[in-house]
Write a protein that binds this ligand. Structure first.
Ligand code: OAD
Length: 242
């Protein structure tokens, strides 16, 4: 499943960048957005994941995020997450760029993480933008208020919003500078994250895709592994170390 050329590239790489998407957490039990069982099949993004929707109906949006947080609290990183954290320890220069908001890469032990779409476990005020650190109970249905009186929202990126300050710049730099780039478990259609594999390719990186399904990255990838990341990544990690 893992071609020799990839093992060779893993051994000589000096700088590695990894882009992950919802597929990496699928084997932990977190639903992806698109495809079979995807969240956007059951829910309408325009009603739940944008700022105007929150202002129109804060309670509904808050309740949806409380529901997703409850699910995320119940899951654990899978062997794919753990393999990525072992890879980070091996390289001096390793950047994990994720579109996921579930915090599972942190739990698995990765450190140099760029969270492009925020983190569902954090909250902030829509007025003064300060982080909200008070404990939020899982069953709380009422939207909390900041000391300044503003509504508290999850610290995630909604449709039409800018990415967190500096995140895409740091991710693009990692894509430009790496010699080995992985695109794992992402449909690679949501920009600007979807531009990163192309940036890495243009700058001479070797591109590896891990996904059971083809995506727009497949055409530019040097190696495509049509497999679940929780299966493929531990094999890759073992090949590197043994
Ligand atoms: P998607 O739901 O669009 O795509 C998930 C990808 O994971 C698909 O290509 C699947 O084939 C693949 N997949 C499924 N199971 C897998 C497994 N076990 N191992 C590896 N791959 C697997 O999720 P994202 O690409 O992350 O944005 O979506 C990008 C963004 O769209 C999300 O961050 C979110 C969403 O709207 C915001 O909320 C801003």
């Amino acid at each position: 499943m893992i071609p020799d050329i990839l093992v060779e590239k893993l051994q000589i790489a000096r700088s590695v960048a990894v882009l992950t998407g919802a597929g990496v957490s699928a084997e932990s039990g977190v639903a992806t957005f698109r495809g079979e069982g995807g969240l956007w099949k059951k829910f309408r993004p325009e009603e739940l994941a944008n700022f105007d929707a929150f202002i129109r109906n804060p309670g509904l949006v808050w309740e949806w995020y409380q529901f997703r947080r409850k699910l995320i609290h119940e899951v654990k990183p899978n062997p794919g997450h753990f393999a990525l954290s072992k890879l980070e320890k091996h390289y001096n220069n390793f950047t994990l760029i994720t579109q996921n908001v579930d915090g599972l890469h942190q739990t698995a032990g990765n450190i140099n993480i760029v969270e492009l779409h925020g983190n569902i476990l954090r909250n902030r005020c829509i007025e003064c933008n300060s982080m909200f650190s008070k404990r939020i109970l899982e069953e709380d249905k009422k939207v909390p208020l900041c000391d300044c009186g503003g509504l508290i929202r999850p610290d995630v990126v909604w449709f039409g919003e800018m990415l967190p300050h500096g995140a895409i710049e740091k991710a693009a730099r990692a894509a430009e500078e790496c010699d080995l780039f992985f695109s794992i478990g992402t449909s690679a259609i949501v920009y600007p994250a979807a531009s990163l594999p192309g940036i890495a390719k243009q700058n001479g990186a070797f591109i590896v895709e891990i996904n059971p399904e083809p995506t727009p990255v497949t055409d530019i990838a040097d190696v495509v592994i049509y497999e679940k990341s929780g299966v493929a990544l531990p094999i890759i990690e073992k090949k590197l170390f043994h």
